[in-house]
Design a protein around this ligand. Structure first.
Ligand code: PLP
Length: 342
């Protein structure tokens, strides 16, 4: 598969490391059936560029290249009040000498705090040009088009990036990740029995599905939902994977079986903490010094742990957890993850 015909900016001048997690594996095994659990590894996509980067960095390499090719002077995107995607998009804009505007969706009522910490603090520190807050359920595409129209009326040119950077072009970032992983496994003589990744706006999961199929990587991929159960999430991922396959001109239909989604670990609501997330964040931090975030990777690791304890991830498996970043949001939930919140 050849990605070289797509314009790409480079924000990470290296492959993100694959690291074994022996202490976390041992801690998990102690609570698994028969005292045996899977061998855990991590792909450190939290070490991507536009530091502290994450999965959005890979998508933005293709999206920003397209914005520049179209002569845009402003990136427009959307997300939740603690959006990693918005923060990384702003960092990319600054690096490219562009302006950046956000539409922020208050998915949890009253969750927007103009003086909030974490990512929100970084929006202000890095100087987002404008930020519009809209209520949950707003048509975000229409809200971003409105911002683009305002810019146009002022003689400027906006480039709209969908939520999470999840369209066909953004998904190419995780096709590139699949290729990077394949090369690393080859060079390091590694073989994984499963890859576990978070599944939200679906560009990461869908891009990996397309990249695995297109590169003949036969490792089962488990997507753990951060905001939806499989009945709603799987169709989104399938659609994204197919869009990526079509953009690449691969000429096949993505089989529904290639999309494996797991639910039940994100409740009570997107971004709202639960006890399993707190346990997972603490376990990773205290066993390996590995920092997970409360909204995405903490819930995804809680899913991995839960599946291992239920025996749905076997004790004989070597499992790769894709760490998709999100570190700044941890600071907005300090008391929660320490376990001393009211
Ligand atoms: C840290 C982190 N992990 C995972 C995800 C989910 O990725 P996707 O939206 O591509 O499904 C996000 C999305 O914002 C994220 O910020």
């Amino acid at each position: 598969m050849d990605l070289s015909c797509f314009p790409r900016r480079r924000y990470t001048p290296y492959a993100t490391p694959l690291e074994p997690l022996p202490h976390l594996s041992a801690a998990l095994a102690a609570s698994c059936p028969g005292g045996r659990g899977p061998e855990l590894w991590v792909k450190r996509d939290d070490m991507l560029g536009l530091f502290p980067g994450g999965n959005k960095t890979r998508k933005l390499e293709f999206l920003v290249a397209d914005a520049l090719a179209q002569g845009a002077d402003t990136l427009i995107t959307c997300g939740a009040p603690q959006s990693n995607h918005c923060r990384i998009t702003l960092a990319a804009a600054l690096k490219e000498g562009l302006k950046c505007r956000f539409v922020i969706e208050e998915r949890v009522p009253d969750s927007y705090d103009p003086h909030g910490s974490g990512n929100h603090f970084m929006f202000r520190l890095m100087g987002v040009e404008a930020l519009t807050v809209v209520p949950a359920g707003t048509d975000m595409a229409a809200a971003m088009t409105k911002v683009a129209d305002e810019l146009k009326a002022a003689g400027r040119k906006g480039y709209v990036i969908p939520g999470g950077g999840s369209n066909a072009l953004g998904g190419l970032g995780y096709v590139a990740c699949a290729q990077e992983l394949q090369q690393q496994c080859f060079e390091q003589g590694l073989r994984f029995d499963r890859v576990v990744v978070g599944s939200g706006s679906s560009g990461t999961h869908g891009g990996l599905v397309a990249g695995f199929l297109g590169n003949n990587i036969r490792i089962p991929l488990t997507g753990i939902g951060v905001s939806r159960d499989p009945d709603q999430q799987a169709p989104l991922v399938l659609k994204e994977a197919q869009a990526v396959v079509d953009l690449l001109g691969l000429g096949f239909t993505v089989p529904a079986e290639a999309v494996q989604c797991v639910g039940g670990f994100w409740q009570p609501k997107y971004s709202v903490p639960n006890a399993a997330m707190v346990e997972a964040v603490q376990l990773a931090a205290r066993s390996e010094g590995l920092l997970l975030d409360p909204v995405y990777t903490g819930k995804v690791m809680a899913g991995l742990i839960g599946l291992a304890r239920r025996g749905e991830i076997g004790a004989n498996e070597r499992v790769l957890f894709v760490h998709t970043g999100g570190l700044p949001a941890l600071h907005a939930y300090e008391r929660v993850v320490l376990g001393d919140a009211a």
